[in-house]
Design a protein around this ligand. Structure first.
Ligand code: ATP
Length: 315
């Protein structure tokens, strides 16, 4: 399917006969593949009698050769359920870390607590980095916050302004979400485990129906199409630098940088844990990355995967 897409990606017309000849298949086999392609990837393909087939928009596809100098080996997939799920399968098969899984599309991309992550074909970055962690809880200390800093700086590398972080793991431009981070562990964190660092970055997405909150993309912010291969290479580099430093110092050397980039530092917020709600003012984070809130004049600390922060309406 990917070979067929590569032939069509320029957005020009290609006759069924020419496509068939290049793929070594019949015209009717081309037609069947195109139907599958449309169904699987939601891409719109125009068919015009006498001219052939044309993608509604030209596509930039990820190119595995473009990752050859990357600081982590990158494995490219066409369509997966989620890159984190694919990473789990690779860990179970004994594939030796570190490595990166990227995909053109996720059919079941997810955020925290199983929430959907909108992942249309060939528009964004869907990325999971697998690391092996050997008996060092310190290496997991506030790790998702440090990953947030790496993502934030990757976006700045591409000229984005006003990028900020929202505790615990959202990356925003103004009040619009541009990237999400989902860390998952496999194994025993006190002994040997693997951590899967899942990252979704909106790159060239300009419309979306399934996102239930304000969002943006690199292309919407810069007014230009952005090369996803370059975003992945830059992300690898930023992550490697941040993770190497984090392995030596833990979170302590990132604490000030993180608070400086926290969009809701000092703001009135509500912290939601299921149906429970605590109102307070954001003081910052502690050395483990837990949220510090001033609640009725008392300093309290919160951590855990079920917590969500919202700005208070009157803030
Ligand atoms: P929090 O609980 O920290 O407030 P959240 O509500 O943003 O976070 P996450 O689990 O981090 O939840 O991310 C999933 C949510 O992100 C979805 O429920 C949806 O509202 C939004 N979302 C889904 N896809 C995208 C996307 N491609 N870009 C931006 N936002 C998205």
């Amino acid at each position: 399917m990917l070979t067929l897409l590569k032939l069509l990606k320029d957005g020009h017309f290609h006759s069924g006969q020419a496509l068939g000849a290049q793929l070594g298949i019949s015209r009717s086999a081309v037609w069947k593949q195109l139907q599958r392609l449309e169904a699987d990837s939601n891409l719109s393909i125009h068919k015009v009698r006498g001219r052939g087939y044309q993608l509604a928009f030209p596509l930039d596809l990820l190119d595995e050769a473009g990752f050859s100098n990357s600081c982590y080996p990158v494995h490219l997939h066409e369509i997966v359920d989620s890159t984190n799920a694919e990473a789990f399968r690779q860990i179970n098969k004994g594939h030796s870390a570190p490595y990166v899984i990227v995909a053109e599309q996720q059919n079941a991309g997810r955020g925290r607590r199983g929430r959907n992550w909108e992942s249309p074909f060939a528009q964004n970055v869907y990325y999971s980095l697998v690391l092996r962690v050997d008996g060092g809880l310190r290496q997991l200390e506030a790790l998702s916050l440090v990953v947030g800093l790496a993502v934030l700086n990757t976006l700045k590398d591409f000229g984005l302004q006003a990028v900020g972080l929202k505790w615990p793991n959202d990356v925003l431009v103004g009040d619009k979400k541009i990237a999400g981070i989902l860390l998952e562990l496999v194994g025993d964190p006190a002994d040997v485990c693997h951590v899967v660092i899942g990252i979704g970055i909106n790159v060239n997405m300009r419309t979306a129906t399934g996102v239930g909150q304000p969002w943006t993309s690199m292309s919407l912010e810069t007014g230009m199409r952005v090369e996803r291969n370059e975003v992945i290479n830059a992300l690898n580099k930023r992550l490697k630098n941040y993770l190497n430093a984090h392995a030596v110092t833990g979170f302590s050397s990132f604490h000030a940088e993180w608070e400086k980039n926290h969009v809701w530092q000092g703001r009135d917020v509500s912290l939601m844990a299921g149906l429970h709600q605590v109102d307070g003012v954001v003081v910052g984070v502690d050395q483990q990355g837990a949220l510090r809130l001033c609640v009725n004049g008392e300093l309290r600390t919160y951590s855990g995967g079920e917590l969500s922060l919202r700005l208070r309406d009157d803030s």
